[in-house]
Design a protein around this ligand. Structure first.
Ligand code: ADP
Ligand code: ASP
Ligand code: MG
Length: 479
């Protein structure tokens, strides 16, 4: 059984939806297709919800119109009248439900996280209907499945956490019978349901995560993530033009990359695959014949495979007068971050054992709010708190490379030459990634310099090897 996930640009218009359907149908059944909303639709849905909350009637109408137009264009690409009619009826119903939710916001005069999730789910729901009608149009049995009946989560609207056991039961009840009947199931990415039955979302970019969650729930042989780049690249291609495909990476490496900002995978995507050892392929709908990247348990080589940056973070340092003051101060920080639902990127302790550094996601209120809350918790102690915003973490990822004593010094020398000051380093115990914490404004320069120093020489030697073996037409690959 294969799960294929198509991202927003891969289902952006009628032609792309048809192309994605053909890619899916080229795979052996049984298959589950997981779809994102068409590119730009999730943002448009959020925009219309916010406009409605502030009473901006014109903006609401304009954005709703845009959403209708985009879905109608895909609908009109469905050739057979009966399949088009099937889809139209459901799309009209979903658009009407969107209007009803917007009316609820208008009446309340504010947008709750719960209503926001219900509204954004419209994008994925419409696409699952449109993709399944397109597959039928191509002559195959297909059924849309809305995952706010399948993926069980907690009630953290906006970034809900899945319940894998219940999801497995639901997938067996809802999806398995359709697969047994020979249907291609077209499931919505990104969404789940809370214990009270309301629709939740798994965080922006969460459809990748839906794909591996469903893959694990249905014991898939493989999960394929189809996107707009030909695999995981050695850096974000929008920032580093010379970035090249990494053909193979391990689960650990992929998790580090996703965790430290490589948008190609949602940060939580890999975990469900690890448990059942399911290979995850990253492939391009724009170049479907390219081999892409395969993520498995194995790791190869001891070189840096990719450089990535996670931006807009906060660096918090606490200094305590005595060793015994550290545990209570650290526990206050952890409690506050947990209460505020703030994610921790890294934590480290200085060798003096009286200082701890927390690298965390930005959150509403930033340092001012954090310092205020910590002040309340710590009272009159002599703990010194320092907090900086606009910080970035830059990671050089490659199992084995991080274990080499020379790697971190090469990294630091490279950054020094590029005039990037390093606020902190954290060579991770797992030896999968080396991490430096820098000012956010230096992030792009740092990634480019590190890519040039740590990865480009591999490309050059690879090119030379290729020239020798006269394989001139193959695309460059790292690793
Ligand atoms: P989708 O809509 O298919 O989920 P995303 O936009 O979420 O696609 O992710 C793909 C994008 O991730 C690419 O277009 C690329 O700009 C970005 N990206 C960032 N870092 C990397 C990387 N290391 N390798 C590949 N793509 C990356
Ligand atoms: N459509 C959602 C988003 O834009 C989920 C996804 O694309 O994975 O965040
Ligand atoms: Mg994505």
């Amino acid at each position: 059984m294969i799960v294929l996930k198509f991202g927003g640009t891969s289902v952006g218009d009628s032609q792309r939806v048809r192309e994605a359907a053909r890619i899916a149908l080229a795979q052996p059944a049984p298959r589950v297709v997981v779809v994102s909303a068409a590119t730009g639709i999730t943002n448009a849905l959020l925009e219309t919800a916010r406009a409605t909350a502030r009473g901006d009637v014109d903006k609401r109408a304009e954005t709703v119109e845009y959403i209708h137009t985009r879905h109608t264009e895909i609908l009109e690409g469905i050739a057979a009248p009966d399949h088009r009619a099937f889809a139209r009826e459901r799309i009209d119903w979903l658009h009407a439900a969107l209007d009803a939710s917007l009316d609820e916001i208008a009446a309340a005069g504010k947008l709750s996280d719960r209503l926001s999730d219900r509204i954004v789910s419209t994008g994925e729901k419409c696409l699952s209907v449109l993709m399944s009608a397109t597959i039928r149009d191509l002559g195959y049995a297909a059924s849309p499945v809305f995952c706010d009946t399948v993926i069980a989560t907690d009630d953290r609207h906006g970034s809900a956490r899945p319940d894998r056991v219940e999801t497995r039961e639901r997938a067996d009840q809802v999806i398995r019978p359709l697969l047994d009947d020979g249907h291609t199931v077209v499931a919505t990415g990104f969404i789940g349901f809370a214990p009270d039955g309301s629709t939740t979302t798994l965080g922006r970019g969460g459809s990748d995560y839906s794909a591996t969650l469903l893959g694990a729930a249905l014991d898939a042989d493989e999960v394929q993530i189809w996107t707009d780049v030909p695999g995981v690249l050695s850096a974000d291609p929008r920032k580093v033009a010379r970035a090249r495909v990494v053909p193979e990476i391990s689960y650990d490496e992929a998790q580090e990359l996703a965790h430290f900002g490589a948008k190609v995978l949602h940060p939580r995507t890999i975990r469900p695959a690890v448990t059942l050892n399911i290979p995850v392929h990253i492939l391009s709908t724009f170049a479907p014949e390219e081999p892409g990247t395969v993520v498995t348990q194995e790791s190869s080589g001891n070189h840096v495979k990719a450089v990535t940056a996670l931006r807009g973070l906060i660096l918090l340092t606490i200094d305590v007068p005595e060793l015994e003051d550290l545990a209570p101060a650290a526990s206050a920080v952890f409690r506050i971050l947990d209460e505020q639902h703030v994610e921790i990127v890294t934590v480290s302790q200085a060798s003096s054992r009286r200082r701890m550094t927390f690298l965390i996601d930005a959150f509403l209120g930033g340092c001012a709010q954090l310092e205020r809350l910590l002040g309340e918790h710590l009272g009159e102690t002599e703990t010194t708190i320092s907090c900086s915003e606009d910080v970035a973490a830059v990671a050089a990822v490659g199992a084995g490379a991080a274990a080499l004593p020379s790697s971190l010094s090469t990294m630091l020398t490279t950054l020094q030459r590029a005039n990037v000051s390093v606020l902190a380093t954290n060579s991770q115990d797992s030896n999968v990634a080396m991490l430096v914490i820098i000012q956010d404004r230096d992030a792009e320069r740092a990634v480019a310099a590190l890519h040039d120093r740590l990865i480009r020489p591999q490309l050059a030697s690879h090119r030379a090897r290729r020239r020798r073996s006269q394989l001139m037409s193959e695309p460059f690959r790292v690793g």
